[in-house]
Design a protein around this ligand. Structure first.
Ligand SMILES: [Zn+2]
Length: 303
């Protein structure tokens, strides 16, 4: 497999492009969820308005039923009062008067219920007005934000497509076997597929590298992998050194003498933890959600 300083430089440049594409892809992936949050907030506010209107309809129905009931009691009182004139006996008069009193008492109880319902109706109508105002404001805000997000999505997608074209063109100059090895590492979730050697250790997993591996990385003649995380490694000093690759490159700090010496024991390796030091391609601030400041409608509407 052909490898050289030029290919290494191209590969590092390719990784920068891929990193930018990863970042853009993550930004693109967030937009639909942000739009959904806004639409969900709108749907919740509309559902709240429906609930309030449903309560109003129910109270109005009950009020109407009670009003009909009250009218029936009042009619009964009028009829009984008219009948009193026809009564001949004292007992019959008392019995009818008792019925009149009962009908009046029932009528009074119904009036009390109607007043209670009217108070509840007033509360619900107030809530209805309030929710309608909030919904209108929310519709304007959500509409503007969704429009902005849709525009942002188009811009990001266009930029991604443009950068992808440049990236693919750049990759055409790199040896296919090198590309395959690089792509294989990235496909395993290690997006920083090629990392620098830092003080004799892998720049990603931090594990100490063997002298042989460091010597090979200094030569820039073949692909060299970290023995622990299997990422590709390179020595920035070797890449920057003029002339023949590796000819005048000093050994990494912490080595006793020369590249073949053993590493110092005090440079204890740091184990790569699960999900460890992968590049945080998605490391942007995701704490804020569009619509987070929208009113929480689920706890309201208890009119
Ligand atoms: Zn490593």
């Amino acid at each position: 497999m052909a490898f050289s300083r030029e290919i290494l430089t191209s590969l590092l440049s390719l990784q920068e492009k891929d990193s930018s594409l990863d970042h853009l892809a993550a930004e693109i992936a967030k937009v639909p969820a942000e739009i959904k949050t806004l639409r969900d907030a709108l749907a919740a506010e509309k559902a709240l308005l429906d609930t309030v209107k449903g309560r109003i309809a129910e109270f109005e129905k009950r009020k109407k039923e009670h009003e009909l009931d009250l009218a029936s009691k009042e009619e009964a009182v009028r009829k009984h009062q008219k009948d009193l004139n026809q009564i001949k006996t004292n007992d019959a008069f008392k019995a009818l008067q008792h019925e009149i009193d009962n009908a009046r008492a029932e009528g009074n109880a119904i009036e009390t219920k109607i007043l209670e319902i009217m108070e509840q109706l007033d509360a619900c109508r107030g809530e209805d007005k309030k929710v309608q105002g909030e919904l209108k404001a929310l519709e304007g805000k959500a509409s503007a934000e969704i429009g902005a997000l849709e525009t942002k999505l188009k811009v990001l997608e266009a930029r991604h497509a443009q950068e992808k074209t440049v990236r693919d063109e750049a990759s055409a100059s790199i040896d296919p076997d090198v590309l395959k090895a690089y792509g294989h590492i990235r496909s395993r979730g290690k997006l920083d597929a090629i990392v620098p050697v830092r003080d004799g250790s892998c720049g990603s997993c931090q594990m100490r590298l063997s002298p042989h591996v460091v010597v090979e990385a200094t030569k820039i003649k073949s692909l060299v992998f970290c023995e622990s995380c299997q990422r590709l490694i390179y020595r920035p000093e070797a890449l920057a050194a003029p002339g023949v690759a590796g000819a005048a490159v000093p050994p990494p700090p912490g080595w006793e003498s020369g590249l073949a010496a053993k590493p110092k024991d005090d440079a204890a390796p740091i184990s790569e933890t699960a999900g460890g030091p992968l590049p945080d391609a998605e490391g942007r601030d995701s704490s804020r959600r569009q619509g987070e400041e929208l009113p929480n409608s689920t706890e309201r509407g208890a009119c």
